[in-house]
Ligand binder design. Structure first.
Ligand code: PLP
Length: 507
C-alpha cells in the first residue's frame, strides 16, 4: 500500500499515508474535513433548489407513478459522486416532497421550521452525541437538562420537576401512561409492575380521555397491556372540549362496575380542533379520585411561548405529567419533543441499571437513560437551544400569536360564508369545515368533500386535511405557518368551491 520509498515510518505518518490510500476517506474525521464541507455544501444547495423550485406544496405524484423509478435501482452499485446521488434523490424525493413551508400547506400538524434549528441539525448529526449517558454526551446532557428545566418552569411546575426529550408526542404519551400505571400499582396495590409484570387487577384499570383526544392514548394502553378497552372516551361539549360532568359520571360508573380508574388525560390542543380541555376542573377531579393527571400538550405547548394567549394553559401546572411536541408548535424539525413530570422521583419507576452503561454506583452522574425508554438517543435538544439563543422566546411567541390570529380571521370568513359550514372556533389554529352550498338536487356533502380533498392532493396547489365528525366527512385547516395569510386562505376556498361545483355538476 505504501508505495513511496521516502516514507517516514513515524507512527502518525504511517497512519496518514494509510488513510490517504485506503477507502476510509468517507469517515468523518479531521483529515476528511474538505470532503465534509463539499458534501454539506452540495446537500444544502439542493435544499435551496427545493425552496426555489417547488412552487406548490405538492407535485401531486401518485405511488403508481413514482414506484417504477425505484425498480431499476441496485443499492449494491454506488453512484460516482455526490452530484449524481443528489440528482437521483431529487428525482425520487425532493421534487415531490411535501413543502411544509409553503403558505398553502395547511393540512396536518407540520410546522415550517426555523433556520437556527436547521443549523443545529448539522452539528447534531456530525458530532453525533448520544444522550443516554454522560460519558457519551457530556455538555449535551446539561444543555438538554437546562431546556427541560426551562420548559417545566414555563409550565409552572416546582423545583422537583424533571423531564426528558423523546421522539415525539406518541412516545411522551406512552411514558405518561406507563408512569401512571406503575405508580398506581405500587401506591395502591403494593405491586411493582417493573419487577413482576401486570397484577391481576390490571385488566380493570381505566384511563379517561376525551373523544377528541389523540389515538396514541388507545394505542399506548394496548402496548402497556391494559387493552384499548381500558380507555374510556368522554364526550366533548359543543366546543369540542371534554365535558367534565360526563367525566365524573364515567369515573363513578367505572368504580360501580368494579373497575379501577388510574388516570385521566386532558388534551391541551386537540389534533382536529385545537381546543383545550378544561384543565383546572379535570385536575381537581383527578385529585378527588386520586388519579394520575396527564396533559397531552403536543399541539398546545406552543402557548408556552405566548404572553398573549399563554393563559389558555391555566391548570396545566396541576398535571403529574405533560407531553410537549416542539416539532408541532415550536417550529422545530422532526424530531423534537419532551415528556415532563412534576416530581422527578416518578422516573425511578422505569430506571434500569445496566452494569455496562449506567451502574447504580454512578447514580450521582447525570445519565439521562435513567429517565428514558430509549437508549441511544439523538441530541435533539440542541435545535431548541439554537432557536431560543438566536430568536428568543418572545420572537418565537409572535409566530404562534400570528397563526392563532390568522385562524380567528379565517373562522370569521368561514362563518360569514353561506356555502361553508364551520364546526369549531379554535383555541389554537385548527378549523374543521365543509363545503355545503344550498342545493335543489340532493348531493352527499360527505362524498363531495372527500372528492374535493382527493382532487386537491392530486393537483397539489394547496393541501388541506380531512377528518370525520359524527360520521360525516369534513375538511380541516391546520394553520401553523405565520406566512399564511387570509388571502392565501381565500384563494384555497376558491379552489375548494371549484372542485365542489365540478362534483355537483357531474353527480
Ligand atoms: C401529534 C399529536 C400527538 C402525537 O405526536 P407525535 O409527535 O406525532 O408522535 C399526540 N397528541 C396530540 C394531541 C397530537 O396532536
Amino acid at each position: 500500500m505504501i508505495a513511496n520509498s521516502n516514507v517516514n515510518y513515524e507512527h502518525e505518518d504511517v497512519l496518514a499515508a494509510l488513510a490517504a490510500n485506503t477507502p476510509f476517506d468517507d469517515i468523518f474525521y479531521e483529515d476528511s474535513s474538505d470532503e465534509y464541507i463539499k458534501a454539506i455544501g452540495l446537500a444544502s444547495r439542493s435544499v435551496v433548489s427545493f425552496l426555489h423550485n417547488n412552487k406548490k406544496p405538492f407535485s401531486g405524484v401518485s405511488p403508481a407513478q413514482l414506484r417504477p423509478q425505484f425498480e431499476s435501482i441496485d443499492l449494491n452499485e454506488p453512484l460516482p459522486d455526490y452530484e449524481t446521488v443528489i440528482s437521483e434523490v431529487e428525482q425520487l424525493y425532493t421534487k415531490h416532497a411535501i413543502a411544509f413551508h409553503h403558505p398553502k400547506y395547511v393540512a396536518h400538524l407540520n410546522c415550517p421550521v426555523v433556520i437556527p434549528a436547521i443549523a443545529a441539525e448539522v452539528m447534531i448529526s456530525a458530532i453525533n452525541s448520544s444522550l443516554d449517558t454522560w460519558d457519551q454526551s457530556a455538555g449535551g446532557t446539561l444543555i438538554e437538562q437546562k431546556l427541560i428545566n426551562w420548559t417545566t418552569s414555563a409550565i409552572g411546575f416546582g423545583s422537583q420537576a424533571d423531564g426528558i426529550f423523546t421522539s415525539g408526542g406518541s412516545q411522551s404519551n406512552l411514558m405518561g401512561l406507563l408512569l401512571a400505571r406503575d405508580h398506581f400499582s405500587i401506591a395502591h396495590l403494593g405491586h411493582n409492575i417493573k419487577e413482576n409484570g401486570l397484577p391481576a387487577e390490571a385488566s380493570r384499570f381505566r384511563i379517561f380521555v376525551s373523544e377528541a383526544g389523540h389515538f396514541s392514548i388507545q394505542k399506548n394502553a394496548a402496548i402497556l397491556g391494559l387493552g384499548e378497552k381500558s380507555v374510556i372516551s368522554i364526550r366533548t361539549d359543543r366546543s369540542f372540549r371534554m365535558n367534565t360532568v360526563l367525566l365524573e359520571d364515567a369515573i363513578r360508573r367505572e368504580i360501580e362496575l368494579g373497575n379501577i380508574p388510574i388516570a385521566v388525560v386532558a388534551t391541551a390542543g386537540t389534533t382536529d380542533f385545537g381546543n383545550i380541555d378544561p384543565m383546572t376542573e379535570i385536575g381537581n377531579l383527578a385529585a378527588k379520585y386520586k388519579l394520575w393527571f396527564h396533559v397531552d400538550a403536543a399541539y398546545g405547548c406552543g402557548l408556552l411561548l405566548s404572553d398573549k394567549h399563554g393563559h389558555l394553559l391555566r391548570g396545566i401546572e396541576l398535571a403529574n405529567s405533560v407531553t410537549t411536541d416542539y416539532h408541532k408548535a415550536f417550529f422545530q424539525p422532526v424530531s423534537s419533543s419532551a415528556f415532563l413530570v412534576n416530581d422527578k422521583r416518578y422516573f425511578g419507576l422505569i430506571t434500569h441499571y445496566a452494569d455496562y452503561l449506567n451502574p447504580k454506583s454512578q447514580d450521582d452522574i447525570p445519565n439521562q437513560v435513567n429517565k428514558s425508554i430509549q437508549t441511544t438517543r439523538r441530541f435533539d435538544a440542541l435545535k431548541l437551544w439554537f432557536t431560543l439563543r438566536i430568536m428568543g422566546r418572545e420572537k418565537l411567541g409572535t409566530y404562534i400569536d400570528k397563526v392563532i390570529e390568522t385562524a380567528a380571521q379565517v373562522a370569521v370568513i368561514l362563518d360569514e360564508h353561506p356555502d361553508f359550514d364551520l364546526l369549531n372556533h379554535s383555541d389554537l389554529s385548527a378549523l374543521v369545515f365543509r363545503y355545503n352550498p344550498f342545493l335543489i338536487k340532493p348531493v352527499s356533502a360527505t362524498k363531495m368533500n372527500q372528492f374535493i380533498k382527493a382532487k386537491m392532493l392530486q393537483q397539489g396547489d394547496a393541501l388541506v386535511a380531512g377528518t370525520k365528525v359524527n360520521g360525516a366527512f369534513y375538511l380541516k385547516f391546520t394553520l401553523l405557518n405565520p406566512l399564511t395569510t387570509t388571502t392565501h386562505i381565500k384563494n384555497i376556498l376558491l379552489t375548494i368551491k371549484k372542485h365542489g361545483n365540478d362534483y355537483i355538476e357531474n353527480n
